[in-house]
Write a protein that binds this ligand. Structure first.
Ligand SMILES: Cc1cc2nc3c(=O)[nH]c(=O)nc-3n(C[C@H](O)[C@H](O)[C@H](O)COP(=O)(O)OP(=O)(O)OC[C@H]3O[C@@H](n4cnc5c(N)ncnc54)[C@H](O)[C@@H]3O)c2cc1C
Length: 425
């Protein structure tokens, strides 16, 4: 990860203040790491090399049944936590390292290069924890942040409902006050890892009369409370990563509201901005690796007597997907520069999410087109490519356009807020 200085025109035509960049340096580019960033990279890389066991890598855990994969990845997550390597960018007083965003980008890159697996509590670390840091009370911060950063407690995001996905503000799960407790009733769906979670960040309607965006609150719910039923949703591959969650007279302490009562929509938007945004920094390294594997395959595989790498339309698609990944890297660096200047993730995360999911699908489709039937080969087939990585990447690329708001919704946001186009009817 290298930093681009100074030359920055944020999206939407707003021009950033030039800060300390002199006019003469405004267009210069500095691609080097500072001494402390290089030290951070070295220290974390060495730690990962010494601690990441082969059976915890993405390559290995991908092949395990869901429960075993979860257990292996939790072991790795706890080790990161006890080594002080979770929530690295959180302030030191909350157990973090106070790492800069540049160091956070380096952190993601080191993990991706080492083929570390996805973290089970990514919801807690990457978007709910940062939301608690932003808007939580001192009591909430001291209760919930330490177990996230130590890898001890897992969070689930309870936003979507059967009739409220893209139209999230149409949610109907309701909470009414009864003395010092909220009483929750309703149903959520697509809850990733809800079956393992200790806590839920759950959006509920607390004012039935208010316009739909204004009557929502963001509750912190103990997932072991009586009245909660978690029902797994079986996927086509037999695994169950997602769940329906039913709330039946679930009692939640009155103070477990993140932000203000009836202002949960704004808090939810902060969570979604964190979810769509910085995480894409880690994705570039994975996409580059995927691209190199495809190129390697094309260099040694013949069809109709011709090496695939010599087929003009394959060369063209390799070139265009390579350009996509590099553009994604540069766009990420541009936004990173924006954040380093003290701005919080906002609408530009729609662009990051959009670009990431389109690029991932283009690369996966190229893999499918050149591998043909081999892409569908399953475990133990001699045609199995890179331990099933191609198959799993292709399957994953199908859903990437959906979580955190679909790409269609991101297109709407970009059109309306970045380009000022009129809202669709
Ligand atoms: C891998 C994955 C993980 C997820 N994890 C979670 C989780 O942990 N917690 C959680 O709460 N939810 C989670 N979700 C749910 C996700 O947030 C929703 O699926 C998503 O918001 C879309 O909602 P929906 O499925 O109801 O589709 P719908 O909103 O019904 O959309 C159906 C189609 O219509 C399009 N569409 C809808 N409205 C518009 C519009 N205004 N303009 C243009 N097109 C439109 C959509 O783009 C989509 O193609 C997850 C989903 C996936 C795939």
């Amino acid at each position: 990860m290298r930093r681009v200085h100074c030359k920055y025109v944020p999206w939407g035509g707003r021009r950033a203040r030039r800060g300390s960049c002199s006019a003469a340096r405004w267009s210069s580019v500095d691609l080097s790491l500072s001494d402390s960033e290089a030290r951070f990279e070295r220290e974390f890389s060495e730690w990962v090399r010494a601690n990441l066991r082969d059976e915890w890598t993405a390559r290995r855990t991908r092949l395990l049944p869901a429960d075993e994969s979860w257990a292996a990845r939790r072991e790795w997550e706890r080790l990161l936590g006890s080594g002080g390597w979770l929530g690295v960018s959180w302030p030191v007083e909350y157990g973090g390292r106070g790492a800069t965003l540049m160091e956070l980008a380096i952190y993601y890159e080191v993990l991706a290069k080492a083929d570390a697996p996805s973290l089970p509590n990514s919801a807690g670390q990457q978007y709910i924890g940062p939301t608690i840091l932003e808007v939580g009370t001192a009591e909430q911060q001291s209760r919930y942040l330490a177990p996230i950063i130590q890898g001890e407690e897992v969070w689930y995001q309870g936003f979507s409902e059967p009739n409220a996905g893209s139209d999230l503000a149409g949610l109907q799960t309701r909470a009414t006050l009864d003395g010092d407790e909220w009483v929750l009733n309703g149903q959520k769906i697509w809850g990733n890892s809800a079956q393992y979670a200790d806590w839920g960040a759950v959006l509920v309607r607390t004012d039935q009369e208010a316009p739909k965006h204004r009557g929502i609150s963001y509750l912190i719910v103990d997932m072991r409370s009586p009245g909660i039923t978690v029902r797994e949703i079986k996927q086509i591959n037999g695994e169950a990563e997602f769940n329906e969650v039913f709330f039946d007279d679930v009692r939640v302490p009155r103070d477990n509201v993140l932000g203000n009562v009836n202002e949960g929509w704004q808090v939810a938007m902060r969570t979604l901005a964190w979810e769509r945004g910085l995480f894409t920094l880690s994705v570039v390294v994975r996409l580059e690796r995927q691209w190199r594997q495809i190129r390697g395959y094309a260099q040694v595989t013949r069809r109709a007597g011709k090496l695939l790498i010599d087929v003009p339309h394959i060369r063209e698609r390799l070139a265009s997907t390579y350009a996509d990944v590099q553009l994604m890297r540069l766009a990420n660096l541009r936004y990173l520069t924006w954040y380093l200047r003290g701005n919080l993730p906002a609408e530009e995360t729609s662009y990051m999410k959009f670009y990431w999911s389109e690029t991932a699908q283009n690369i996966a489709d190229l893999a499918a087109d050149i591998a043909g039937p081999e892409l569908a080969a399953m475990t133990e087939s001699p045609a199995w490519l890179d331990d099933g990585e191609w198959t799993s990447d292709w399957l994953a690329s199908r859903v990437i356009t959906v979580p955190g708001g679909t790409v269609d919704i991101q297109r709407n946001i970009i059109a309306e807020r970045a380009f000022g186009l009129p809202r669709g009817t």
